[in-house]
Design a protein around this ligand. Structure first.
Ligand SMILES: NC(=O)c1ncn([C@@H]2O[C@H](COP(=O)(O)O)[C@@H](O)[C@H]2O)c1NC=O
Length: 504
């Protein structure tokens, strides 16, 4: 059933973007009712607006906590136009019918992000606005609900096209969005109030659906829910794919660990090249040299601005995505010459505080792996030298970002060999040694990191035979003493961290 909009209740927190809407409503002869701040805004535009107070006969009380919460407002929204009983009540209590409700809620999530003041946050729990949205959504048979300022443009187009008339399909679509808005808002509130509760339910609500071309494979439908614009500015390239996003996530997490100039190359979420150097250009060269073969088609990330000299070298490689905090103008121009290449300017570092994973018929939730090591116990034949310590720290971080079982071999802050996703630790080491040999790296003076303890002394033996003399691992095996004894007897450094970094 079509409905002509003759009256509207408008109560919005942010007034920006509202002007074209109220001008259009005025042009259509719609009677506008508003709460105080919104009324002032509309009147300052020179448009007539009736206060909600004049409808309810009450002033806004308790500092605005109660302003629209009144039968004369909710009666006008909830009344079923084709119910005689409802029509009689409307007439008897002189309730103005409301055909359109426009609400923009108090910014609860923004307030949580901007302050820790519990009172200020609690005050931003919108009561009246949510009630208006729910009421109008429920009575979508007669009333149209606009529940977010992101819908203003669409509403103006609709009012233009249909000259102030809404169809049932329009109102249903807006009602669906309205209930989603309320659900999202309530999840944010519940999350805040349950942040320290042990038995809090697991609930997540992400708006901003972005449909993807497909999922991990072309036959899988997929979408991303989140706000990429908060993290990146896209400077060039085609739409990011599902697999691209997964790799961008892995890339941003590993680069967040480095303060000095570093460059990392990611393939299928694993880092295949990474180095720390004095400049971005040198970091790039060293990262690439670590595994020139795997780097092809990779996702590249650095924590430094991309200079022209770095761009000229990066430009020689076929890659999918390059992420950097900024790009020099000439560097950007050069890199943009390939139109499908994604260039992302990272606005802020990102490391997840919580991780989620669907398993069986539920969800696993855990803290992000923010810790690098709990202790630094030198258990080998001698303590590590300063240079070894730097490489051991580096290797430990790299290993943390590889799929288990993982081994990382590092020399002079350059990853020269890695083994990951292996079903045995010794296989991971074999893979890492093969990689180092493939590119002709000498292993003398290199260090080795393991994401979890050595169950046997076979890994330290194999590493030693290859020329590696410093090892970092969490420890914790019932047979730790075998590996430790071997290191002690063979002049090797062995650091125990007490922190395992499984990544399944
Ligand atoms: N308490 C109420 O009766 C009430 N009715 C509407 N609001 C909110 O008040 C805001 C608009 O207020 P104003 O027009 O005074 O700037 C909107 O965000 C709306 O969601 C209310 N405030 C919070 O609950």
């Amino acid at each position: 059933m079509n409905r002509t909009i003759q009256s509207a209740l408008i109560s919005v927190f942010y007034k920006d973007g509202l002007e074209p809407v109220v001008r259009k409503l005025h042009e259509l002869g719609v009677t506008m009712y508003s709460t105080s701040g919104t009324q002032t805004f509309i009147e300052q535009l020179g448009l007539p607006c009736t206060s909600v107070e004049s409808v309810t006969g009450y002033p806004s009380i308790l500092g605005g906590r109660v302003k629209t919460l009144h039968p004369k407002v909710f009666g006008g929204i909830l009344a079923r136009r084709d119910f005689e009983g409802d029509r009689n009540h409307i007439a008897e209590y002189e309730i103005p019918l409301l055909d359109l409700v426009i609400v923009d809620l108090y910014p609860f999530e923004e307030t949580v992000k901007s302050t820790t003041d519990d009172k200020a946050i609690t005050e931003k729990v919108d009561i009246g606005g949510v009630s208006l949205i729910r009421a109008a959504g429920k009575n979508h048979a007669d009333v149209c609900i606009i529940s977010s300022r992101t819908q203003y443009e669409g509403l103006v187009s609709l009012l233009n096209e249909q000259v102030g008339v809404t169809s049932l399909a329009d109102r249903k679509r807006y009602a669906a969005a309205a209930f989603a808005e309320c659900a999202h808002y309530d999840v944010a509130i519940a999350d805040y109030f349950n942040r320290e509760a042990d038995n809090s339910p697991f609930q997540l609500s992400y708006g901003n659906k972005q449909s993807l071309r497909y999922g991990e494979n072309p036959h899988q439908k997929a979408a991303f829910y989140g706000d990429l614009d908060e993290l990146f500015t896209k400077l060039n390239g085609k739409e990011l794919s599902y697999n691209n996003l997964v790799d961008v996530d892995a890339a941003t997490q590993i680069i967040a660990e480095f303060q000095k100039p570093a460059f990392a190359i990611i393939k299928h979420t694993n880092v295949c090249g990474i180095a720390e150097r004095d400049t971005v250009e040198h970091a790039w060269e060293a990262a690439l040299a670590g595994d020139r073969e795997s780097a092809f088609g990779g996702v590249l990330i650095t924590n430094q601005p991309i200079t022209m000299s770095a761009a000229q070298k990066i430009n020689e490689l076929f890659f999918e995505i390059l992420i950097a905090p900024s790009f020099d103008a000439d560097a950007l121009e050069l890199l943009k010459t390939k139109k499908n290449r994604n260039l992302l300017q990272q606005k802020k570092t990102f490391f997840p505080a919580r991780e989620y994973k669907r398993i069986l018929n539920g969800v696993l939730v855990q803290d992000g792996d923010t810790q690098n090591y709990a202790e630094w116990t030198e258990a080998g034949a001698r303590p590590s030298t300063e240079a070894e310590k730097q490489d051991l720290l580096f290797a430990n971080i790299v290993c943390k970002h590889l799929k288990s079982n993982a081994i990382a071999i590092v020399k002079d802050k350059q990853l020269i060999g890695k083994g990951c996703g292996q079903t045995s630790r010794i296989d991971a080491l074999r893979q890492a040694l093969d990689k180092a040999n493939q590119f002709g790296f000498s292993l003398t003076g290199a260090v080795m990191a393991s994401d979890a303890f050595f169950p046997f002394d076979d890994c330290v033996k194999m590493a030693h035979a290859a020329g590696i003399n410093a090892v970092i691992q969490p420890g914790g095996s019932v047979r730790d003493k075998d590996s430790v004894a071997y290191c002690q007897e063979n002049g090797m450094v062995m650091v125990m961290t007490g922190t395992r970094h499984f990544k399944h």
